[in-house]
Design a protein around this ligand. Structure first.
Ligand code: ADP
Length: 402
């Protein structure tokens, strides 16, 4: 049972082909720089296997349609045998960033679903159009194959009104749907489910704090298996300090910058999304570079690390208050899985709250789910690799009742 997962971004398409009989990855790839003079295509067949094969090429990729065509051609190479004919594909699972209030769960794509994703474009003007492109092209290339949309926002649709409303005029919610939505839902749900399996209890009985730290960062409070609060808001800018995104700022910063720095609203938005976060503080947005800079005495790099981990800790405290009892805290994504220092600094000093990390065990890159707390710790601490492609493929399979 082969499922193709498509994550179509504004200038790139990530794809993965999985055999859902044993959840093995048959091929995984990326088409980048769509629309630029030279596009990059990379596909790895049977990643991690003895017969792994990496195919790379540069070619013009004028648009998403040609990007998808190139990906499907690569996957259909008879020498690789991963797609023998198109009807081999049981389903295509699409990551869709913003489902607004329309989608609470993964959904089989129909004309109405496409219209609703389109309606939500104002909420995600960069992402939803690219996601729609990916869906339309896949519908053409795989006519008759079920297409399933998996929304970044869906897992957070259980957040109650007192947590999703901003305290601004209510009409803005009624007319424009201005509220907190949250993102990274597929990842939070995936690691929460994995964690439940590891603890050996049903997810519906667990209270968890899931911390996704990658380029984008977010934290979710999960009560009895459901998201009850999360740090990202109307857009993926609120909350934690990210690679280039500021996270929380005083909202009056916009007015201040407009008045005093002669910046217009687009420039401020661009600055908060692309020139802020770790990069804004020290010029570097990759945590590996920040550690190197700290080692050579760069004080601003140390400040960036301090600001990010302090913000993480502040939200852990907030979500402990939200949840009351916390069974486990989970770290995941690029920084969460690989950076022992960030994990340690995020939870340092929380021992009085029953959170005690085993610093020796923590001192590693997490390649498989690993318990990072001491046996005495009341709250378990887990490092769990996220796998959004597998999560999407599982969701697509579940929607189709398999
Ligand atoms: P995305 O949000 O784009 O999916 P990832 O989850 O892949 O991002 O995380 C990317 C980030 O993870 C990088 O920018 C880097 O800061 C961090 N990272 C990756 N590998 C390491 C490592 N070995 N040590 C520390 N940080 C790492």
């Amino acid at each position: 049972m082969k499922i193709l997962v498509i994550n179509s971004g504004s200038s790139s398409i990530k794809f993965q082909l999985l055999d859902m009989v044993d959840e093995s990855v048959l091929a995984s790839g990326l088409v980048e720089r769509i629309g630029e003079t030279e596009g990059l295509v990379k596909c790895t067949f049977r990643p991690g296997g003895e017969d792994e094969l990496v195919v790379k090429k540069t070619t013009t990729v004028p648009d998403h349609k040609s990007g998808m065509q190139i990906a499907v051609e690569l996957l259909s190479d008879p020498r690789q045998g991963v797609i023998v004919n198109r009807s081999d594909i049981y389903a295509v699972g699409h990551r869709v960033v913003h489902g607004g209030e329309d989608f609470h769960k993964p959904t089989l794509i129909s004309g109405d679903v496409l219209a609703a994703i389109e309606k939500n474009i104002p909420l995600a003007p960069l992402h939803n159009p690219a996601n729609l492109d990916g869906i339309r092209v896949a519908q053409e290339l795989f006519a008759g194959v079920p297409q399933v949309a998996i929304f970044d926002t869906a897992f957070h649709q259980t957040i109650p009104p007192h947590a999703y409303h901003y305290a601004i005029p209510y009409e803005l919610y009624e007319q424009q749907r201005v509220r907190r939505y949250g993102f990274h839902g597929t990842s939070h749900k995936f690691v929460a489910s994995e964690c439940a399996g590891l603890i050996g209890k049903p997810l519906a009985e667990l209270n968890l704090i899931s911390i996704h730290l990658g380029n984008g960062c977010s934290m979710t409070a999960i009560k009895n298996g459901e998201s009850v609060d999360t740090t990202l808001g109307l857009t993926p800018l609120e909350g934690l300090v990210m690679g280039t995104r500021s996270g929380d700022v005083d909202p009056a910063i916009h007015a201040f910058l407009a008045r005093n720095c002669n910046m217009d609203i687009d420039a401020i938005n661009e600055m908060l999304n692309k020139e802020s976060g770790l990069k804004g503080l020290c010029g570097l947005n990759d945590m590996r570079d920040i550690h190197d800079a700290i080692a050579s005495g760069n004080k601003r790099a140390k400040l960036a690390l301090d600001v990010q981990t302090y913000r993480n800790k502040k939200y852990v405290g907030a979500f402990m208050a939200v949840l009351g009892r916390v069974d486990a805290i989970i770290f995941t994504a690029g920084i969460g899985e690989n950076d022992a220092v960030v994990r340690e600094m995020t939870l340092r000093g929380l021992e009085p709250f029953g959170i005690a990390m085993d610093l020796e065990v923590n001192n590693q890159r997490i390649k498989k789910p690993t318990l990072l707390s001491t046996p005495e710790s009341r709250v378990q601490i887990w490092g769990i690799p996220t796998n959004e492609e597998l999560a999407i493929a599982r969701e697509a399979k579940a929607v189709l009742g398999k």
